[in-house]
Design a protein around this ligand. Structure first.
Ligand code: FMN
Length: 179
């Protein structure tokens, strides 16, 4: 979806989306979601350059694709707000990692539904550079975090709306046990 990079999303609006995210279900009230908000162009450029450095670090030379590397930066310049999503996981703790990742996923869905209600576009993307330990370190977090990608936020450009969403047959994914 094309977003208007010039049209700001205020800090107040972003915080109210994050407040909705914060009410996601969470086992043991661990509230494992950790968000880093990159709002200014300078902050998004810094993030993009960081992701490019991670790309160089984790991509074997033979698999290096210039266009992919460039997009890691330009994508961040096309959305006015980008939020990195992470789950803080306590290894050996009472709550298994999958539950913390599920809780953070619920938080992201809350955020995206809230964005949609306000007419904002939101897009969850998971490039490998934003999902591994290298990114955890770049953010300055300890190793007990699982990084879960980036959410792009912005006001949709009304002349460039995305094609309508589609889904397969729901009945292929639901089994009733009612005999
Ligand atoms: C955890 C997660 C990661 C995703 N990562 C990507 C991604 O890296 N690239 C992509 O094109 N879509 C990705 N998607 C899918 C899009 O966010 C979106 O759901 C999909 O394009 C379908 O659009 P719709 O939900 O509006 O129908 C991801 C979805 C989830 C839940």
């Amino acid at each position: 979806m094309a977003m208007d990079p010039q049209r700001e999303v205020s800090r107040e609006v972003v915080m109210s989306l994050l407040e909705d995210a914060h009410w996601a279900p969470t086992h043991g009230l661990n509230q494992p979601w950790r968000f880093h908000v990159f709002a200014s162009l300078a902050a998004r450029t810094r993030l993009g350059e960081g992701l490019q450095a991670i790309y160089d670090e984790i991509t074997p030379v033979a698999k290096h694709i210039d266009a992919k590397r460039t997009k890691l930066l330009t994508n961040l310049q096309h959305a006015p707000v980008v939020i990195s999503v992470g789950a803080r996981v306590v290894t050996g703790g009472k709550i298994p990692e999958w539950e913390e990742i599920a809780a953070v996923s619920c938080a992201v869905q809350n955020l995206m539904l809230s964005a949609h209600e306000r007419g904002l576009g939101a897009y969850w993307s998971s490039p490998p550079v934003a999902c591994g330990g290298e990114f955890t370190r770049w953010l300055g977090l300890e190793g007990t975090h699982r990084m879960m990608g980036l959410v792009y936020l912005g006001w949709p450009q009304s002349d460039q709306l995305p094609p309508p969403s589609t889904r397969g047959d729901l009945l292929d994914r639901v089994t009733w046990h009612d005999a």
